[in-house]
Design a protein around this ligand. Structure first.
Ligand code: HEM
Length: 481
């Protein structure tokens, strides 16, 4: 008893605290051991640290680079052989266990089904290429003061032109660029996508438990989406009032006609319902506008930075199509132009993490178990900048897509639209828009850096947002006589 008394007398606050810390460390060590046990069957990957998980291993500003670095150290999944028929090249997966904010309904197959179906019914290739051509031809007329030797930021003009093509495809009519309703939708969509790629939202998507503290960023994003939702609802209601099943104006009409048919046939579990229509339309706007517009801005910046390549493209255009309007069919006779557009997409790598997906069932891959509900991040940087696939992965080098005879050369690792069942459904529209917009602009304007800025000074470091976009910059668009 004496010994016990002596011991209790010696106990100080410091030693009590020391014991508590010791117990906590012990507890988390056991937890750590337990969690690595749980993942034993899973693919090799970085062990989470106690409390902070994998947070310290990730740079949320360039998550794709961070994931690749982790992969290099610990060798994550390598899909080269197994999925080559599906993925065409190489890719790497980084499984995390969560879900988050992104394209509304992106995980719903019915949503995708109705989207693709309505897309086929409402948007033919011929009308979409004609609409793109009309749009890009009339866009300069809407902003007369900016073209010429005065440098300007092309973001808004290009966003308006691409958004208006989406409007024509979806709603069947375009807006005037001065229309306040149109301006607000475009601005909000761009802001929303920019926020989506912000470190705060990325954190929320990866670690929702920590991310819930990021209340303000999430609220801002939700407010933007809610306001755009109200706007699109209003536009859709206008369409419904004037719907004529014999005259399909666009994708929304195709959807509404189907919806009407299903209602008349008494189909109660149809995917063609109002919520799906709204999600479909909003997805088309958010996924289809910023992506194509950002790619075009990169393309024009590359032309200003590399004037020799710009001259070579223009010469090819002069030789093959002269002054007439470009047609989709011209692509096969324009190998250099096609190569420049492909290289723009490869080098700019605007959606480096594609869209996060979630496994709907347990899968065994390369003897590893990937559990149902695991989020999969397809890191497109791992293919588009793969050192074993590209001769000069970190350089803008259109020759990647040309063979020794100067003919266009397809590359398996060219996957800017991702791969597999959930790959981008807008690929053909995007490719057509890029082709028509880029060529029409180059036929009419020469692009150069702002006066006083050298080509070397045009900074290629991407700006991080929903997409990797060029830094804010100004260019001159000098009309070609
Ligand atoms: C240069 C332009 C574009 C690029 C680089 C691009 C790229 C992508 C990528 C990488 C994905 C993710 C696929 C995956 O998760 O595996 C995606 C999804 C999607 N894209 Fe695109 N896209 C572009 C243009 C468009 C256009 C023009 C539209 C439609 C008008 C569109 C509509 C969509 C939709 C709706 C999804 C979600 C599909 C789903 O959840 O199943 N995209 N896109």
């Amino acid at each position: 008893m004496e010994a016990m008394d002596y011991f209790l007398q010696q106990l100080s606050l410091v030693s009590v605290l020391g014991a508590v810390v010791f117990l906590l460390i012990g507890y988390h060590f056991l937890l750590f051991m337990f969690s690595s046990q749980k993942h034993r069957q899973g693919p090799p990957g970085p062990k989470p640290f106690p409390i902070v998980g994998n947070l310290l291993q990730l740079d949320v500003k360039r998550l794709d680079h961070a994931l690749l670095k982790v992969r290099n150290i610990l060798e994550l999944l390598h899909l080269r052989q197994e999925l080559s028929s599906n993925l065409k090249g190489t890719s790497h997966l980084f499984p995390v266990e969560n879900h988050g904010l992104g394209l509304g309904g992106a995980d719903s197959h019915p949503g995708r089904f109705t989207l693709c179906r309505s897309w086929q019914e409402g948007a033919s290739r011929t009308t979409s290429s004609a609409k793109s051509r009309d749009e890009i031809r009339c866009s300069p007329n809407q902003t007369p003061p900016v073209l010429g030797s005065e440098a300007f930021d092309m973001t808004q003009l290009i966003n308006y032109a691409v958004s208006n093509t989406t409007c024509s495809m979806v709603y069947g009519s375009r807006f005037d660029y001065n229309d306040k309703e149109f301006q607000t939708i475009v601005t909000r969509t761009t802001q929303g996508l920019y926020l989506l790629g912000s470190p705060a939202i990325q954190l929320y998507n990866l670690f929702p438990k920590i991310g819930k503290l990021l209340f303000f960023a999430r609220k801002k994003l939700r407010d933007i989406f809610a306001a755009n939702k109200r706007h699109h609802l209003m536009l859709l209601n206008r369409l419904k009032k004037t719907l004529n099943p014999d005259m399909c104006r666009g994708v929304a009409d195709a959807f509404l006609v189907r919806q009407q048919q299903h209602e008349e046939a008494g189909i109660t579990n149809s995917h063609y319902h109002n919520d799906n229509l709204l999600v479909t339309v909003m997805n088309l706007f958010s996924a289809g506008t910023e992506t194509t517009a950002t790619t075009l801005r990169w393309a024009l910046m590359f032309m200003a930075k590399y004037p020799k390549i710009q001259d070579d493209v223009r010469q090819e255009l002069k030789r093959v199509i002269g002054d007439r309007q470009v047609q989709v069919e011209d692509r096969q006779n324009l190998p250099l132009t096609d190569a420049v557009i492909h290289e723009t997409q490869r080098f700019a790598n605007i959606v480096p993490l594609a869209i996060f997906h979630k496994t709907s069932e347990n899968i065994v891959f390369k003897n590893y178990l990937i559990e149902k509900g695991t989020t999969i991040i397809p890191v497109l940087t791992s293919v588009l900048h793969d050192e074993s696939e590209w001769e000069r992965p970190s350089t803008f080098y259109p020759n990647h897509f040309l063979n020794k005879d100067g003919k266009f050369r397809k590359r398996d690792a060219f996957l800017p639209f991702s791969a597999g069942r959930r790959m981008c459904p807008g690929e053909s529209l995007a490719r057509m828009e890029l082709f028509i917009f880029f060529i029409t602009l180059l036929q009419h304007f020469r692009f150069s850096p702002a006066p006083g800025v050298t080509e070397e000074e045009l900074d290629l470091t991407p700006r991080i947002g929903g997409t990797l976009s060029p830094q804010l910059h100004k260019l001159c668009a000098i009309p070609i006589k």
